[in-house]
Design a protein around this ligand. Sequence first.
Ligand code: FES
Length: 352
Amino acid sequence: MSSQDIPEENLPAEQDHAHGAVGVADEKNPFADPGLPPHEHRVQDIDERAAKRSERAVAFLFTLSMLATVGFIASYVAIPADKSIFVFPIGHLSALNFALGLTLGTALFTIGAGAVHWARTLMSDVEVADERHPIAASPEVRAKVHADFRQGAKESAMGRRKLIRNTLFGAVALVPLSGVVLLRDLGPLPEDKLRHTLWAKGKLLVNMNTNEPLRPSDVAVGSLTFAKPEGLEEHDEDFQNEIAKAALMIVRLQPDNIKDKRELEWSHEGIVAYSKICTHVGCPISLYEQQTHHVLCPCHQSTFDLSDGARVIFGPAGHALPQLRIGVNDEGYLQALGDFEEPVGPAFWERG
Ligand code: FES
């Protein structure tokens, strides 16, 4: 097939691109500009069937990328993390890591390979010599850039090769999904764990120091006792997480001194149980003033009145300490009558 048989739209534009020598050697410039070599048409430029084959090859690579991304997600969901496989010559390795690496690598590689094949076989291959210009672009230059862009878009056949364009969009749109799926590995979802503590109806109040369940007689008037829920041990894996929510502060008041009606109802013989976690930014409260029944947070001096529903009487804390409703069981031990009715700790939790 000769160049005369080539459809006009398939021929690269050459009008502005000189070939052959364009300069002459002289005294000032002893080397003549050799110019660009003569342009040779590719088979895809002169044979529409070859162009179609290239188009299908590029679309196949982009489609392969989409399938690989789907395979990546499927591997992540379906392959157990502890499964291993033998891969020659590497040896035994994690099946999940192998599948994720293989599929993600394939997804990225085939997009690149498709783009390169597209550029090499179907986009215009005319070499372009661009003159250097001052940095500030004149209106004429901008107009030329726009014209060049439009010509490039036309020569890339983006509009005409809809199959390539659509599969490229699909491949590029799917690849980021791999990153989104990996976000799931940041850790287990908190679900509603942040809203609840280990306290539940019937859980015994255990002295944090002696590790023994508390009886009312163990709590003297004027003392401050720290308690944890029955069953929570220091060697437990999530001890720190749980105690940070469930730590309890127990004080015995004269029932006559309790001003808040709900506080009195939720107490037992003047024994009140409050969250030990400050509602400002979560420091553990540890200072009790028995004459005034005030507890003080050492971090920023928020002060709570335990005889009046632990309301804030000083400092930056936003709201009262949550109270735990308590009673005694048949054996005479102090027990919780449920979980806290509001989230413990800083006001952050109120937003949910
Ligand atoms: S954390 Fe308690 S006052 Fe700031």
